[in-house]
Design a protein around this ligand. Structure first.
Ligand SMILES: C[C@@]1(CC(=O)O)C2=NC(=C\c3[nH]c(c(CCC(=O)O)c3CC(=O)O)Cc3[nH]c(c(CC(=O)O)c3CCC(=O)O)/C=C3\N/C(=C\2)[C@@H](CCC(=O)O)[C@]3(C)CC(=O)O)/[C@H]1CCC(=O)O
Ligand SMILES: NC(=O)c1ccc[n+]([C@@H]2O[C@H](COP(=O)([O-])OP(=O)(O)OC[C@H]3O[C@@H](n4cnc5c(N)ncnc54)[C@H](O)[C@@H]3O)[C@@H](O)[C@H]2O)c1
Length: 192
């Protein structure tokens, strides 16, 4: 049978969730950079004995908490989501196990068997957001698709959203009538 992506995408309100990134090297910076690009108000805490200067600078700009210490499970207290990126495999696996015990969603970066969820390629245009997953099979494809959609989706796609949002408020009638009008109004967007 042909393989099929069975992951379920959700759009998290990360400004209202507590995220912990364990590790402060290249991988931590990459994950943090894409997280903040999509969600500049994400609440992120960074934990590692050593950080790259670039990471510390970014944390300052975004007002993030930095803890200079080795991982200990006490740091999971109050966290909703954890991303482990250290260069010590046993530490990453320990983070994974501790999170599972506490029902915290965990991602060991670049290590699919130790991920409850994958980070995706993300395109944001105003209120519109597209998240891309290759089922963990090819991050490079996710990146190229992200670049492709960033290019081809017009910046003013948000006008459509805004206009329809305004139109929606002017439509009288019950739910079914509203849905029908909105569908009628936008039909030409998908008809060939
Ligand atoms: C999308 C993106 C989001 C982000 O990072 O936020 C992301 N990886 C990105 C880039 C990227 N990462 C790597 C390369 C080098 C090429 C390569 O090695 O393949 C490139 C490309 C590049 O840098 O050009 C290395 C790598 N990554 C993973 C493995 C392990 C493996 O595949 O088994 C290895 C090998 C490590 C090793 O060699 O040991 C695994 C994962 N990376 C994922 C996400 C998840 C699956 C997403 C999906 O379903 O497609 C998953 C499963 C878990 C996770 O980390 O969440 C971001 C692009 C952002 C953008 O540009 O928009
Ligand atoms: N750099 C890449 O693009 C890349 C690609 C594929 C795989 N990897 C692998 O991913 C891992 C991380 O790579 P990197 O380039 O970010 O490494 P790095 O050396 O730049 O950073 C490692 C970070 O982990 C921290 N750390 C170590 N022990 C810790 C502990 N006990 N608690 C908390 N933090 C701890 C260090 O302080 C440092 O901040 C490595 O195993 C590497 O082989 C890296």
């Amino acid at each position: 049978m042909e393989e099929r992506n069975e992951l379920y995408p959700v759009f998290l309100k990360v400004h209202a969730l507590q995220i912990l990134i364990v590790g402060g090297g290249n991988v931590a910076l990459e994950k943090l950079t894409f997280l903040l690009k999509s969600s500049p108000n994400a609440k992120v805490c960074l934990l590692a004995p050593f950080f790259r200067e670039e990471t510390v600078a970014k944390a300052k700009v975004f007002g993030l908490e930095i803890i200079k210490d080795a991982y200990h499970k006490k740091y999971l207290q109050g966290k909703d989501i954890v991303i482990a990126t250290t260069n010590d495999e046993t530490v990453n696996v320990q983070v994974y196990k501790d999170c599972k015990e506490k029902n915290i969603l965990v991602n060991v970066a670049d290590n699919p068997p130790y991920c409850d969820f994958y980070m995706g390629g993300i395109v944001t245009k105003g209120n519109v957001k597209i998240a891309i997953s290759t089922n963990g099979k090819s991050p490079t494809t996710a990146k190229r698709l992200r670049q492709f959609f960033e290019e081809v989706i017009p910046e003013n796609i948000d006008d459509l959203v805004q206009n329809l949002n305004a139109y929606r408020k002017t439509i009288k009638g019950n739910f079914e009538e509203k849905v029908e009008k909105l569908n009628e109004f936008t039909k030409s967007l998908v008809s060939k």
